[in-house]
Design a protein around this ligand. Structure first.
Ligand code: SF4
Length: 534
């Protein structure tokens, strides 16, 4: 089945710590689906948490399934391979619950594709009787309307507790052959944080309030994560040390979605880290949170991790740092000094202040150069293009700032005013303006007198515009996604697969003007996501 397939390790089974349970009558079957390829999905902590929670349940079988790469899909469509769950080798339509993790809007097309490959009707109103219940969670459901025609049940917020409540309702439904599907959906809609978008169901509340777990120390954490055969994007142990962020940058959707701030204790982190290292053999631990350096007991934590793991050769990596709280002197030898990443977002202090970001250029330059001197290999800076109130002087400031750092690369992404962020009603630059600004920045970089080479990554602006239309979309945009899927678009998050021409054709066919989704929204306008309380 995997002959002539790129990376067959994406589709084989039996990795270390994967769970295989007996597929038998009376057991609830859940498929955890990630609408992107194995290497991305296997790097996602949320998948690991839900896989662990569900497989702890005696009468639940929980399998994983990922989107196939195009070579594998071709084989499946030709009947030369099958699209099956990894653990039990079953088709999606054989599962009672199909759960999608929606993390990125550009993956939405692949939700439809996976349902189709799995033999499940794509539209929720085409599912009947005891057909699988299709649920979705993740940051992508904070505007659920876009996917409302395809998903039976949305879980808004943190799913650790809600998933077991859902399992319990679906289990009762499965055991009662006389119970109507609509009745089961109605019961599910009564669970806090759950949104069932079928018009025949009157939701008991007018808004959906996200679920949160109160205490990270008592929350489940997967200490025996699966160790893949192939290299994945985050090929290390990820330990979540904090959830939420103490800052409120105005453009940031994540800080709102994940608020309030919750902190895992040093003792708990040490305990779960020790068990994870023992159970996997990994030699690198990543300390995860939206802003790792804001962890209030960082010095104590890193010192204790060093005491415990130094002799084993285990290294610690810190993925997300803020200049204000980064202190190289507080980082002992166990901290991996590979790439140091800061996100100034804007080139000038003036514009950064407007974003509610407090870091200053002087501090960024000083700390980045000090870090480079003391062993960090390179510095990467993240900026956004098209921020509200941005001027060409702010773009010049990106170049001036970068030139003052000895070894630096830049990632400059179009600004997208995301739902639930402080700019959710703001406008986004269109493709032409974004391209003009990219050209301007490149010309300024090439004109610099120092002859210094600076690597710059610009994502394709067209892709960012599609991401914006989907993230700010309504049910009409769901129709667009369906048409784009029908016309053959797949894996649109991947530059080599992204096909803007198909999107353009479908905009016309569906009567959608992307500008309507990029424009400024009035203060009294009801937004598609207004009923979701983040
Ligand atoms: S951008 Fe980073 S630091 Fe700012 S609020 Fe969001 S997560 Fe926190």
């Amino acid at each position: 089945m995997t002959d002539n397939i790129l990376k067959p390790g994406r589709y084989i089974n039996g990795e270390w710590n994967s769970v295989h349970k007996e597929w038998k009558e009376g057991v609830l079957k859940v498929a955890l689906c990630f609408p992107d390829i194995y290497e991305i999905g296997m790097s996602h902590l949320g998948m690991k948490i839900l896989y662990g929670i569900l497989n702890q349940e005696e009468d639940v079988v929980c399998d994983r399934i990922f989107a196939p790469w195009s070579d594998m899909e071709k084989k499946i469509r030709l009947g030369q391979a099958e699209f099956l769950s990894l653990e039990s080798g079953r088709r999606l339509k054989e599962f009672d619950i199909i759960g999608f993790s929606l993390q990125y809007e550009m993956n939405f097309v692949d939700v439809l594709n996976m349902l189709d490959l799995g033999g499940v009707p794509i539209f929720s109103n085409q599912r009947s009787g005891h057909d699988s219940i299709v649920i979705a969670g993740g940051v992508g459901v904070f505007n659920p309307e876009v996917m409302a025609d395809f998903i039976d049940v949305f879980v808004v917020g943190e799913a650790e507790e809600a998933i077991l409540e859902i399992v319990s309702v679906v289990r009762s439904w499965m055991l009662d052959p006389g119970c109507w599907r609509t009745k089961a959906l109605e019961e599910l809609s009564k669970i806090n944080g759950v949104y069932v978008p079928i018009s025949s169901i009157q939701h008991p509340v007018s808004s959906i309030k996200k679920r949160i777990i109160k205490n990270l120390d008592t929350a489940y954490f997967p200490t025996n994560p699966i160790v893949p055969y192939i290299q994945i994007v985050h090929d290390r142990i990820g330990i979540e040390i904090m959830r939420g962020c103490p800052h409120r940058c105005r453009f940031c959707q994540a800080s709102k979605i994940f608020q309030p701030l919750r902190i895992r204790s040093v003792e708990k982190i040490l305990e779960i880290t020790s068990r994870s290292v023992e159970n996997t053999g990994y030699e690198e631990i990543s300390l995860l949170s939206l802003s790792t350096c804001d962890y209030p007991f960082m010095e104590e934590l890193v010192r204790k991790l060093e005491e415990r793991f130094r002799a084993l050769g285990v290294k610690i990596s810190l993925p997300s740092l803020r200049v204000e709280t980064f202190n190289n002197d507080r980082m002992p030898g166990i901290v991996k000094r590979a790439g140091l990443t800061f996100a100034p977002e804007a080139g000038s202090d003036r514009l950064r202040n407007r974003l509610n970001k407090t870091m200053e250029n002087e501090d960024i330059i000083k700390k980045a150069n000090l870090a480079l001197k003391s062993g960090w290999r390179k510095v990467k800076l993240y900026f956004m293009l098209g921020l509200p109130d941005e001027t060409y002087e702010d773009l010049d400031a990106i170049i001036e700032l970068s030139l003052q750092i000895k070894s630096v690369s830049l990632s400059i992404n179009p600004f997208i005013p995301k739902p639930h962020s402080g700019f959710e009603r703001g406008a986004m630059d269109d493709v032409n303006l974004l391209k003009d600004k990219q050209r301007y920045l490149l010309s300024r970089l090439n004109a610099k007198p120092s002859g210094k080479r600076i690597r710059v990554d610009f994502p394709v602006p067209e892709m960012s515009v599609i991401e914006a239309v989907i993230s700010r979309g309504d049910r009409k945009v769901g129709g667009l996604i369906y048409r784009v899927w029908e016309k053959g678009a797949r894996l649109q998050a991947w530059g080599e697969c992204f096909d803007y021409k198909i999107w353009e054709e479908c905009f016309t066919e569906c009567g959608i003007d992307p500008k309507d989704y990029l424009k400024k929204r009035l203060d009294d306008e009801i937004l598609p996501w207004s009923f979701v309380e983040a």
